[in-house]
Design a protein around this ligand. Structure first.
Ligand SMILES: *Cc1c(COP(=O)(O)O)cnc(C)c1O
Length: 496
């Protein structure tokens, strides 16, 4: 057939799929995925293939001129991914902070994509907008802040923090910022956070035009929390030098060690100094749902803004982050510009929420659905159980390491444990132990039997396990310890 033959009277194209074709393809795909989920524990956590091998496997084929049947494509692609992926849903995956995705979330994404609401504007997503609003309210309830906070779902922690950061600048900088830019304000500014703050702060400093030198990276104390004494000192010094303090950032669940900054004290400093108080709770904030851990999060309800990642400890499939702001008008002041061609408000008489006014995105997908559905599927009580079990499993790993003659348990906070391998015999230099443990981490990650990442805890190279995984059990932890020690012995023996 002539590929350029147009059919304007009756559109005939494979892209549409008939309802029957869609049904058949969908059933087959779900069948294959169900099998994959069932087989997960008995498969490697990740592939051993190098990027070069993967590229060869994929094949260097050009953009196809003509089409291929969808069933063939789905079958091939499912196999390609099933055999060559890292599975963060595997019971022995503890790397970074990437959770086991709730299977209902995967189905929710299918539903969301099929309806395909554009959750930028209420008129384009009537029910989806309501669902996102409800989800945000529930997230507030979940972490224990008043649901007068408002916000927006974003792609993840970086965007959640950035979205709040720019709202803080709009709120705290002189009004000419929006029209005339930072230079016209004629002042120098400073932002405060712990040295251990996630790298999003570098992006924010750079892209905001404040510059990285405007960020005061405050030292941490022996427990890895921001040193509030040093923070007070830095603020005083800046004020003496005519530099205007803008905001302070606390982390609730540090990426490396899971530690939560002293939020109550940060809140008090921010109140006294009239600073915007932001909390990066991308990972740790859901633990505030547990009565036994609530004390760690005291002061959180005084935050001007909070970042939280449902794709971490709420087990949503990637991507789902969320910015919560005490007074959501700050988001609108920052992100809404009401250009002429936006007439959404005119369509409905009552005031509608148009999420394009709350963040960077204009067209927006329906991220809220997977979060909303899973919150209902297991409820708050279901989450309390999972989060507490994750914490207990991380603690169990810490205890196992602590009792083992060849392991050193370095830290445990929330569901993150850091540890390292220590060979027997003469005392080894810190330098040797750091190198050895780095080699163990690299080898472990390439073997794909278990997956841990690493952390630098005050100069000590550690292996790091973060449990945000509803499939993990005690037995997995015991096997991780055996595996680690054996690998340590092997690598140490080969080196000496
Ligand atoms: C994970 C994490 C981030 C980054 O989140 P992304 O979703 O990866 O962008 C930022 N801060 C903290 C504390 C985190 O745990």
């Amino acid at each position: 057939m002539n590929p350029h033959a147009l059919s304007l009277d009756r559109r005939s194209t494979a892209i549409g799929l008939t309802p029957d074709e869609f049904r058949t393809l969908g059933h087959q795909l779900v069948e294959d995925l169900a099998q994959l989920l069932g087989a997960l524990p008995s498969r490697p956590v990740t592939t051993q293939k190098s990027p070069k091998q993967l590229s060869a496997l994929l094949g260097d084929f050009p953009l196809p001129e003509n089409g291929t049947a969808a069933n063939e494509l789905l079958k091939k692609t499912t196999q390609l991914l099933a055999e060559n992926s890292l599975f963060n849903g595997h019971p022995k995956f503890f790397g970074y902070i990437t959770s086991s995705p709730a299977p209902l979330g995967a189905l929710a994404d299918l539903l969301a994509a099929t309806i395909n609401p554009n959750v930028g504007a209420n008129v384009l997503s009537p029910m989806a907008t309501q669902i996102e609003k409800q989800t945000i309210g529930w997230l507030c309830d979940f972490i224990g802040v008043p649901n007068s906070y408002g916000g927006v779902l974003v792609s993840g922690g970086n965007m959640a923090n950035l979205t709040a950061f720019f709202a803080a600048l709009t709120a705290k900088l002189p009004h000419q910022l929006k029209e005339e830019g930072l230079a016209a304000t004629g002042k120098r500014y400073a932002v405060y956070c712990a040295k251990t703050t996630h790298t999003w702060i570098d992006k924010a400093a750079h892209l905001s035009g404040l510059g990285k030198q405007a960020v005061r990276m405050i030292e941490v104390d022996h427990s890895n929390r921001i040193n509030t004494q040093a923070l007070r000192g830095a603020i005083t010094k800046d004020k003496q030098n005519g530099i205007l303090p803008l905001m302070a950032i606390g982390t609730a669940g540090d990426v490396s060690t899971g530690v939560v900054d002293n939020l109550l004290e940060l809140a008090s400093i921010c109140r006294t100094e009239n600073l915007w108080f932001h909390i990066d709770g991308a990972y740790g904030v859901p633990a505030a749902v547990l009565p036994n851990y609530q004390h760690l999060f005291q002061g959180m309800d005084q935050a001007d803004s909070i970042a939280i990642d449902p794709h971490k400890w709420l087990y949503a499939p990637l991507e789902a982050g969320c910015t919560l702001v005490r007074n959501p008008q700050h988001l609108i002041a920052t992100y809404s510009s009401h250009p002429e061609y936006y007439k959404f408000d005119a369509v409905q008489s009552e005031v509608a929420t148009n999420f394009y006014e709350y963040g960077f995105q204009n067209s927006r997908g329906f991220r809220a659905l997977k979060v909303w559905l899973t919150l209902q599927q297991i409820g708050k009580v279901g989450y309390m159980q999972l989060i507490e079990e994750d914490i207990e499993l991380a603690k169990y790993l810490f205890q196992l390491a602590d009792q083992h003659p060849h392991l050193e348990a370095v830290s445990h906070n929330l569901s993150i444990t850091t540890l390292r391998y220590i060979p027997s015999g003469t005392t080894h230099s810190q330098e040797y132990l750091n190198e050895l443990n780095e080699q163990i981490t690299n080898q472990l990650q390439s073997e794909g039997v278990v997956f841990l990442s690493n952390a630098n805890v005050q100069g000590t190279y550690c292996l790091r396990a973060c449990v945000v995984n509803f499939r993990t059990t005690k037995k997995d932890m015991e096997e991780v310890v055996d595996y680690l020690v054996n690998l340590g012995h092997k690598i140490h023996a080969a080196r000496s």
